[in-house]
Design a binder for this molecule. Structure first.
Ligand code: MLT
Length: 236
């Protein structure tokens, strides 16, 4: 038995535990940290419903990007079970029609056996990392290795999951728990403005911009992200 709260970490597309390595390693003194597998799912509502059937009655919830999309759905389905919410490098918006078309193209491409996710990830690096991050060979290798582990089939399912999500903006005022909204200052994919929009919509929220970090802020600035999450978990 433990009196530490459960902290559930939901990763983004092409990500696994390596995204949350520092948080998984350092927040264990104040939380029981767990990272469910999101690659099973191709529908956001099913993902939330299944996770809710697996998770304890009450938990703190942090989601990055796609993980944030799933977190919004969990808040719609079971707001009373989430004691604290952290939304990292994500967006409350649904895809635009152009974004939906791009996703359908990605799903089709990922269905072909010659789809090379490592090569696709190289093209996506400017959306994921800062310029300095892209010059950090160990970091680029860590991101590429995650994508290789993720695999094209999971990539296709995740694109379908993200395509299935609704606009979460109308739900923001109903989120009542203490909420951390965090993004890398240089996140060009889900920008600081999108996080201002989320923070303005959620009454009990704190907005943190992490300097020198892009979309994968927990990998580029692991100490800063863990510090913000520690503060969020401890705050009364
Ligand atoms: C992610 O980082 O989880 C995805 O790239 C987000 C998205 O495609 O909307």
């Amino acid at each position: 038995m433990t009196d530490r709260p459960t902290l559930v970490l939901l990763p983004g597309l092409i990500c696994d535990a390596a995204l949350w390595r520092h948080q998984l390693d350092t927040l264990t003194d104040i939380a029981e940290v767990t990272m469910p597998d999101l690659t099973r799912f191709d529908d956001v509502r099913v993902a939330a419903r299944t996770l809710l059937s697996e998770l304890p009655p009450s938990f703190a919830l942090a989601g990055l990007s796609m993980g944030g999309y799933v977190a919004f759905e969990i808040m719609r389905q079971a707001p009373g079970r989430v004691s604290r919410l952290a939304l990292l490098d994500t967006s409350a918006r649904a895809d635009t029609p152009e974004g939906q078309a791009r996703r359908r193209g990605s799903i089709e491409a990922a269905a072909k056996p010659d789809f090379d996710l490592a090569a696709v990830t190289q093209h996506m690096l400017p959306m994921f990392l800062t310029e300095a991050g892209r010059e950090n060979r160990a970091l680029v290798e860590a991101v590429t290795a995650m994508a290789v582990r993720y695999g094209r089939e999971a990539f296709g399912r995740s694109q379908a999951l993200m395509l299935s999500r609704p606009d979460s903006r109308p739900d923001l005022p109903q989120i009542g728990c203490p909420t951390l909204v965090l993004c890398g200052r240089q996140d060009v994919f889900t920008t600081p403005e999108l996080h201002l929009e989320i923070a303005r919509g959620i009454p009990n929220s704190v907005l943190v911009y992490v300097e020198d970090a892009g979309h994968l802020s927990p990998m580029e600035q692991p100490h800063a992200v863990s510090a913000a999450m520690r503060y969020w978990l401890n705050a009364r």
